[in-house]
Design a protein around this ligand. Structure first.
Ligand code: ATP
Length: 208
């Protein structure tokens, strides 16, 4: 499960998803836009538009799926509820991995019921070259005894471990930067898939 606001999806998200699919030998990566992310402001474009951009960005990429499951739920989009639906579908024995970037990871202890996340899935954190910081102490406490050093160690159990990964193509791209550029009419070429860029420009998305 790779959740996010995807406001809009960019090549940092998509390249990470492809490399995770390979590195962890996953069957598929569910990319799941949040309808109402609990810990941040309202997204700039609608959930349906963000889903459409995600679909365009993924195109026919093997192993990546644009998954709308959070968009049909009302209220805040809690990841544990989403993981519970995946666990139900894939069964008790399946290895499920929740992926998040380092910036999102730093706030994990503030999420609703973070212990439940580890009951439902492994967490894999990917480094972002534009985000560096010490882990806050509530997070360190939450992680005690969970961290493993290699992806092989995630294979042994269906859930419960934390793995930090540095993927080969770490990209310092953020949706914030993309939105600012689109708002100001600056180029976003090679920050977004071409189909996402074309759709955003054609529909005037993120223009001031
Ligand atoms: P914003 O700038 O609006 O905060 P963002 O670029 O961080 O957006 P999100 O949709 O909030 O994108 O991120 C979804 C998930 O993808 C988060 O776990 C985030 O850490 C991760 N992520 C975002 N950009 C990258 C990147 N360039 N490389 C790796 N992971 C990323």
């Amino acid at each position: 499960m790779f959740g996010g606001t995807f406001d809009p999806v960019h090549l940092g998200h998509l390249r990470s998803a492809v490399e995770l699919h390979e590195a962890l030998a996953l069957d598929r990566v569910h990319m799941i836009p949040a309808a109402a992310p609990p810990l941040r402001g309202k997204p700039q474009v609608s959930a349906d538009q963000r889903l459409e951009l995600l679909r365009l960005g993924i195109g026919d990429t093997p192993g990546l799926v644009a998954d709308p499951r959070e968009l049909s739920r009302s209220g805040p989009s809690y990841s544990a509820d989403t993981l519970a639906t995946l666990r139900e579908e894939y069964g008790r024995e399946a290895r499920i991995v929740m992926v998040l970037g380092f910036d999102a990871f730093l706030r994990l202890a503030e999420w609703r019921d973070p212990g439940r996340l580890f009951a439902l899935a492994h967490l894999v954190v990917i480094d972002r070259p534009d985000h560096l910081a010490e882990l806050p102490s509530p997070l360190v406490e939450l992680l005690t005894g969970r961290e493993v050093a290699t992806s092989q160690e995630l294979m042994r159990k269906p859930a419960g471990h934390l793995l930090r990964l540095s993927l080969p193509s770490r990209m310092a791209i953020s949706a914030t930067e993309v939105r600012c550029r689109l708002a100001g009419g600056a180029s976003v070429r090679y920050l977004l898939p071409e189909a996402v860029e074309a759709h955003a420009l054609a529909h005037g998305l993120y223009r001031d």
